[in-house]
Design a binder for this molecule. Structure first.
Ligand code: FCB
Length: 422
């Protein structure tokens, strides 16, 4: 144990995703989406992003290791690796090999996510995650990646946040394809879970000892007034639609409403996890509102909250994070915090980091099997429909010059990482 009493063998590092950091990532649905006027709140685009593809990944990973990180979570871009159906790109595999080797040479344990929100345009054109073939296509891609890059990967994540993607891209209209259909959203979750189970097995076919998991975003949905039955009901309904139905499916191998119109067995979902990851940003206080028809009759009223425009990451809640880890423990596999972080002024970011790490430490002391914590994010990056204004980076990025400057939150995290090693 060390400062904050973090377990000595807890992996500590930061997380990034391909589209958000690589730059010039033209073959996916997001690149096309960003070009539409008004699609990105601050009028920006991903553009060169953080220049990872062009060569800057290595220096960022070395900078992370120099700070004391001993792990990194990154993602691979399906559209680069399989730019057309069944045609895999040798140069793209070679570039990822270089990046993975640089991470390893810097002493970082690497967690790789196979799909972090972006789809190759050719998959998007089929209908993305609502199309029946997409889970199979994803399985083929996963198997090829395991064969080509298996040696460089320590931990595999199949998908990032199926519910967030479904909500933003299929129920909503701010992410591609912007379908505005609840039916599509729940179908997209069910298909992603199928894709997860298939990719899980595909990676294991190639690498029997691989550690393959899934990353879930699980905000707390708490009743605004716990003594009001209608608030309790709306909070529980939101939680079920966003989280509970997915946990049920993974635990019991069964899809229930709203993931399937009638209860349906999905046995392949059982025993398809070697670990599970929690992305946690905050809590929502849910007030019953009969006009909130698309949100299970609940409105979010927590104050203060971390929000910008339409996007709300919720109220910081270290306790809420631990309660979600406790729920995940029912899946009986090791736990990781695969993303956690905030943006805003330095004092807020440092306090957020310290309070959440202290909560992880306390939970580990109580016996929760937590193996790692990844801060979102290593460097400011392209924050989807928000653009570049919500700066989550431990390093600030100057987009003109690509210069990085360590923020107090990054310096503090480095101190905590180094203290744990002594
Ligand atoms: C998570 C996403 C990640 C980033 C953070 C702020 O939902 O996984 O890509 O956008 O939020």
């Amino acid at each position: 144990m060390s400062e904050l009493d973090l377990p000595r063998d807890l992996l500590l590092g930061a997380a990034t995703s391909s589209h958000q950091v690589e730059g010039d990532n033209r073959g996916n649905d997001w690149w096309a989406w960003e070009q539409r006027p008004g699609a990105i709140a601050d009028g920006t685009r991903s553009g060169e992003a953080c220049g990872w593809w062009a060569g800057r990944a290595e220096e960022d990973l070395r900078a992370a290791a120099a700070l004391g990180h001993d792990a990194h979570r990154m993602s691979l871009e399906w559209s680069r690796l399989e730019p057309e159906p069944g045609r895999f790109d040798r140069d793209a595999f070679a570039r990822y090999r270089q990046i993975l080797e640089a991470a390893r040479a810097a002493g970082l344990t690497v967690m790789v996510t196979l799909h972090h929100f972006t789809l190759p345009e050719w998959v998007a054109r089929l209908g993305g995650w609502t199309h029946a073939n997409t889970p199979l296509l994803f399985e083929g891609y996963a198997e090829r990646v395991a064969r080509e890059l298996g040696q460089g990967v320590d931990l595999w994540a199949t998908l990032n946040e199926p519910a967030v993607l479904a909500w933003m891209a299929y129920a909503g209209d701010r992410w591609p394809p912007g379908q505005k259909s609840l039916r599509s959203a729940f179908r997209a979750i069910a298909r992603q879970l199928d894709g997860h189970a298939r990719a899980y097995r595909a990676v294991h076919r190639v690498l029997p000892d691989a550690q393959v998991g899934l990353v879930l975003n699980m905000p707390r949905f708490d009743p605004a007034d716990p003594s009001r039955r209608l608030d309790r009901w709306a909070a529980a309904a939101q939680d079920w639609a966003f989280t509970g139905a997915i946990l049920h499916a993974l635990r019991h191998g069964e899809l229930r409403l709203p993931l399937a119109p009638v209860r349906r067995a999905a046995p392949s979902l059982r025993a398809a996890l070697d670990w599970v990851g929690l992305n946690f940003y905050g809590r929502f206080a849910v007030r019953f509102d009969p006009t909130a028809l698309d949100a299970a009759l609940g409105r979010h009223v927590q104050r203060p909250t971390v929000a910008r425009g339409d996007n709300d990451w919720g109220q910081p809640s270290p306790d809420g994070m631990v309660r979600q880890l406790e729920r995940l423990a029912a899946l009986d596999v090791p736990l990781y915090v695969t993303e956690n972080g905030t943006w805003g002024d330095d004092a807020h970011c440092v306090a957020y980091l310290e309070s959440h790490l202290a909560a992880v430490a306390a939970a580990a002391r109580r016996g929760l099997d937590i193996r790692g914590y990844f801060a979102w994010s290593l460097v400011d990056n392209f924050e989807w429909a928000e653009g570049w204004e919500t700066r989550f980076g431990h390093f600030a990025l100057d987009r003109e010059t690509q210069a990085r400057t360590l923020r107090p939150v990054g310096a503090r995290f480095g101190e905590i990482c180094r203290a744990r090693r002594r």
